[in-house]
Write a protein that binds this ligand. Structure first.
Ligand code: MN
Ligand code: MN
Length: 285
């Protein structure tokens, strides 16, 4: 039979019932504080996925052999509280069906809804920003409040990697959490940092959230709130290899694709890295 291409993530051509991983997008950027545009993130990430081979040499794995599906985008509203609820409902359904949700953003506030659905033991977030504001510009669901909101929801075990921006108060608050700043990661090296993170997440159900701006804005400039002095794509790839085996959900958010495709290309590859790392670990356990 002749093969038809569509606008969904490349190489996912199976039934929902058979899928182990469920990708979906949330084209939402209503509370972005600086440059808008992350509503175009999911589309761009999918578009770049057609650039890659199905075979992933580092995992000796062909993605064509892994059951994953892309449901498309949520037809979301633009009201912050409502979007969070919409995401929560979507993720609840996927988790109830015994599948691993993989969400493409969209701005970071959508993570609040997904974490509420999953109720993980531990929230691991890669982000240039602390996102620990209690409230910003009139809502607790601003993307600058994501990690704080998750803490307030009762998830006290939180690991932040790559941060380099936040108020003095936020850095003070972060002492309650496991914070690995971008500078610290650079000094210690990623291998040493990951050894410690491995101890923190040991035996726990983890939610892994990656804000695209954790990576240095000079490498991936398609960002709403760009920050220099960041991590490299390889660092995040190494982190995914360590964290994915224990992750029950994943998201990649804050891709604002007005660059030459760098940011969406990296995001797209990270989605594949997560699937490969998670699938391989499951097969070996
Ligand atoms: Mn963020
Ligand atoms: Mn950020």
């Amino acid at each position: 039979m002749i093969h038809f291409l569509n606008h969904l993530f490349a190489y996912c051509n199976i039934d929902y019932n058979d899928a182990r991983y469920v990708i979906f997008g949330v084209p939402y950027d209503s509370t972005t504080s600086f440059r808008p545009g992350t509503r175009n993130g999911p589309r761009a990430i999918r578009e770049m996925s057609y650039n890659f081979e199905t075979y992933m040499p580092s995992y000796d794995l062909d993605l064509a052999d892994v059951p994953f599906i892309d449901l498309g985008n949520i037809d979301n509203t633009v009201v912050p509280e409502t979007v969070v609820t919409e995401v929560q409902e979507a993720v609840q359904g996927i988790v109830r069906d015994g599948k691993v949700p993989m969400m493409l953003g969209g701005e970071h506030s959508i993570t609040i809804g997904a974490v509420r659905a999953v109720r993980p033991d531990c929230f691991v977030v890669c982000d240039a920003h602390l996102d620990l504001r209690e409230e910003f510009r009139g809502t607790n669901y601003n993307h600058a409040c994501t990690t704080r909101c998750i803490f307030n929801d009762g998830i006290k075990e939180i690991v932040i990697i790559g941060a380099r921006s936040g108020t003095k108060e936020q850095f003070e608050f972060a002492k309650k959490l496991h914070l690995f700043t971008a500078d610290e990661v650079r000094t210690r090296g990623m291998t040493d940092t990951l050894a410690e993170i491995k101890q923190v997440i040991k035996g726990k159900r983890v939610y892994l959230s990656i804000d695209a701006d954790v990576i240095d804005c000079c490498l991936t400039p398609g960002l709403g709130t760009p920050e220099p002095f960041g991590l490299a794509p390889q660092d995040i790839r190494d982190l995914i290899a360590v964290v994915a085996p224990q992750a029950v959900a994943f998201d990649y958010v804050e891709v604002s694709p007005f660059d030459h495709g760098q940011t969406a290309t990296v995001a797209s590859q990270m989605v594949r890295e997560f699937i490969a790392a998670h699938w391989k670990a499951q097969k070996n356990s």
